[in-house]
Design a protein around this ligand. Structure first.
Ligand SMILES: [Zn+2]
Ligand SMILES: [Zn+2]
Length: 386
């Protein structure tokens, strides 16, 4: 039976089972167990990509869970962790002529990511217990190694100004980095959407992914896709991505992204449309280029139309005015997980917990947004009536 599932394939861990930090900037609440239960119960996701599953103590914890039958491994890959599927993956920092960018790899079984870690990664990174380590090998060799171990290789957050393929590594084209073998998919989002990304004709042949890159529990599910899958397994998810099984992308509304517009690198002032290369406030010409401007630079003259699943602009609940941690908790308790609240709940259900104005904004999807820039997220503005 084909059924729709919600999948966010880029969720980091903050702390390994041995208590050591995995990603220094991630919350220590991000253990693999907490991440799995929060993604399912608070967010309403069905599938998550657990990035940082290359860490040996994380692999050992997964092994223990499987041995005790608390979790089970799907025949078609992926792990059933009590009603939510975990796809094991890793984020890697690759370099092209010294310019860094991030790359994701997903594996079918625990044994595959273990083999990739032990046979390949171990001798090419400095510290196997940390997230997103620099790999000392060429990008194409990394992609090949991922494929040798049955993995799926994805360009991570492709347009962000620091450490992304289009934001930092290439002059113009993905082929500079991957001349012969091309990755399996490109993660867009976090300041861009599919319409923006498709202005690069060379991306038309790639499946897209919209993922949260969450470093905290609350950010899980700020981007995700709805997929039609035969079963919520590794194979089910990958074939949906590759063979037209994406029902919709739900990406963060680009204006909310922290690198949507350009900003002055010296004082942080958002740069205006008319003078995007120097700061009107302090005069500096050091610019953190926004994703919007980078894409305008790269955009092809005559782009042809490309058929894509709908790309829905997602405004996470916590960004609405009037929704703090207490109200979020009450919403989940009285109405349902976040994705239910956003997609299905009726205005009258929301009014049980929220002020009328906020309930109306959510139910009617009626929001105005001030764009983000230079590392500061965009903001949902109160409507005049609220
Ligand atoms: Zn990254
Ligand atoms: Zn990441």
């Amino acid at each position: 039976m084909v059924k729709p599932v919600f999948a966010d394939l880029h969720v980091h861990l903050g702390e390994a089972p041995d208590g050591r930090p995995v990603k220094i900037t991630a919350s220590s609440q991000m253990t693999i167990e907490r991440v799995a239960s929060f993604a399912k119960n608070a967010k309403g996701l069905d599938v998550i990509g657990v990035i940082d599953a290359h860490v040996p103590s994380v692999q050992t914890r997964v092994e223990e869970k499987l041995a005790s039958s608390a979790w089970t491994s799907y025949h078609d890959g992926g792990i059933d962790a009590g009603g939510i599927t975990l796809i094991l993956g890793v984020e890697l920092e690759l370099a092209f002529h010294g310019r860094l960018f991030h790359f994701l790899a997903y594996f079918k079984y625990l044994d595959d990511i273990k083999a990739f870690t032990n046979n390949y990664l171990q001798t090419r990174v400095k510290n196997l217990t940390l997230s997103t380590q620099r790999v000392y090998d060429t990008p194409e060799a990394v992609l090949k190694a991922v494929r040798v171990h049955g993995g799926f290789g994805v360009v991570a957050h492709a347009f962000t100004p620091f450490k992304s393929l289009y934001g930092n590594a290439v002059e113009r084209s993905i082929e500079e980095v991957f001349p012969k073998e091309i990755p399996d998919a490109v993660e867009i989002g976090l300041s861009a959407d599919a319409v923006m990304a498709d202005r690069l004709t060379e991306l038309h042949k790639f499946p897209f992914l919209a993922n949260s890159d969450a470093h905290s529990l609350e950010n899980i599910g700020r981007e995700y896709q709805e997929l039609y899958v035969q079963a919520p397994t590794f194979q089910g998810v990958i074939s949906a991505i590759q063979n037209g099984g994406v029902k919709a992308y739900c990406g963060l509304q680009p204006l909310l992204g922290k690198y949507y517009d350009s900003a002055c690198a010296a004082c942080g002032t958002k740069l205006s449309e008319s003078a995007p290369n120097s700061c009107s406030f302090c005069g500096s010409s050091k610019v953190i280029q926004g994703v919007r401007h980078r894409l305008e630079e790269l955009a092809c003259e005559n782009t042809v139309e490309v058929a894509r699943p709908p790309y829905i602009h997602h405004v996470p609940l916590k960004t609405y005015p009037g929704i703090g941690p207490k109200r979020l908790e009450r919403l989940r308790e009285h109405v349902g997980p976040d994705l239910y609240v956003l997609h299905e709940a009726e205005e009258r259900e929301l009014k049980q917990v929220l002020p009328n104005e906020t309930a109306a904004m959510i139910a009617r999807k009626d929001v105005a947004i001030e764009s983000g820039a230079g590392g500061t997220y965009g903001k949902v503005k109160r409507t005049s009536s609220s």
